[in-house]
Design a protein around this ligand. Sequence first.
Ligand SMILES: Cc1cc2nc3c(=O)[nH]c(=O)nc-3n(C[C@H](O)[C@H](O)[C@H](O)COP(=O)(O)OP(=O)(O)OC[C@H]3O[C@@H](n4cnc5c(N)ncnc54)[C@H](O)[C@@H]3O)c2cc1C
Length: 467
Amino acid sequence: MRKGLQKDVIKKLEDIVGENHVLKTDDVLEKYSKDETIGLQAWPDAAVRVRSADEVSRVLRLANEYSIPVTPRGLGTSLSGGSVPINGGIVLSMERMDQLLEIDQENLMAVTEPGIITAELHRLVEEQGCFYPPDPASKDSCSIGGNVAEGSGGPRAVRYGTTKDYVCGLEAVLPSGEMMTIGGKVVKDVTGYNLAQLLVGSEGTLAVVTRIILRLIPKPKMKVDLLAPFNSLGSAAEAVSAIIGEKIVPTAIEFMDNPAIRLAERYLNKKVVFNTAAAHLLVQLDGNRQEDFEHSMDMVEQIFVKYGAWDLLVAKEPEAQNRLWEARKCIFEAANKMGVIYETMDVVAPRCCVADLVKSAEEIAEQFRLDPMCVGHAGDGNVHVLYFKKDDMDKEEWDRALPKASKLLYEKTLGMGGKITAEHGIGLTRKKYLKMDYTERQIDLLRGIKKTFDPKGILNPGKIFDA
Ligand SMILES: Cc1cc2nc3c(=O)[nH]c(=O)nc-3n(C[C@H](O)[C@H](O)[C@H](O)COP(=O)(O)OP(=O)(O)OC[C@H]3O[C@@H](n4cnc5c(N)ncnc54)[C@H](O)[C@@H]3O)c2cc1C
């Protein structure tokens, strides 16, 4: 035990989940003191690994009685500090609640516990000929509960939408310990306010999700990935607009600029194909009818050529497809593991503005002497802008430049009709920018909702806005 929790509280927690699942020592607590947000760490007093909704309820009841902060945690891959316990207290780890409970073929629904790894959920439903589309790039290491709490997206959002589009029902526990079920195995439901969707994207601040009912779709029969190199980021962005303009809706349209290609090379320690390109566009198409599928493929190839793509790789088999995605998928991990100082922005603009957004990001970098990198989900307008500290820049200059550059990028994005975060959440890192988009009145409404769910403010306090 680090500090803070009284002995009788520890004893009661151990009575609920068993002694082995109340973690108290620094060596094991380190994992629960951070997520994947660079430079953020805060130690909990204990981490409690629950196994059932009943245990969640009993832990929350106790925490509420003693006014102990509780930070829910899936698998700790948040990029906005969501699962960092900035007020100490208890980290409520959902990692043991990791079972897929049911695949209901008659209703095309899956019922799952929150702690299952998203890629494992994909695998299990696909074995049954079903498909759960949302696919964050972190799918091999994040949980479906975390995806619900963050409202996560992923490359396939272009065609299939994000987590919110698949949540039909939830079981959740309020900070008071009361359990509730919302929605169900129904595709339509307008009973009162949409509480399920209120919890989607609530970043663990309103309730703890203990069971999730997800809509599934049939698994598409055909899938192909196309990768093309471009000589300028602008022409790649124009090709994206042209694809959408032709009313082709690929499964995914991803892009990465040259600094991203080079970072992937250094991290993977091997040559990335077309590594001199100013940008790569990676398009995935899927479908069931051969004729439609081939038509879309032809159209995309023609558009690529028209906008200056100087080569094309086509991958139809899983192994080749994985190779095509390898560089794009490793970017955040590469940036985190290369020991460099950087900040990630998760801006989203209307799709026709992607080229302008990227141009603004680069101009701002030049203005504040930062090294920019742009990767992301070009097909849905979500650009991840990474600003790196230059080698010859001291920490003071970086600390001065970064907030100004971020603020300016957010101003430009909002000016285009965009948003300051598309899928990574406000969490801790973006809460100072919330008022750039929301009025005081809107923030008051958010606070009112929080107070209704959590009058004592014990659940993930300090996230999204100050208590
Ligand atoms: C390399 C990398 C790539 C990524 N790519 C993407 C991407 O493509 N798209 C995308 O959207 N995100 C992406 N992310 C961000 C991250 O993976 C997602 O936000 C993910 O949904 C977090 O899941 P998690 O299980 O790790 O949750 P955690 O990080 O543990 O928690 C995230 C938030 O959810 C809350 N929470 C977790 N479980 C519950 C629960 N059961 N009930 C209530 N609240 C809960 C936590 O309190 C916290 O606020 C990426 C991250 C990394 C490191």
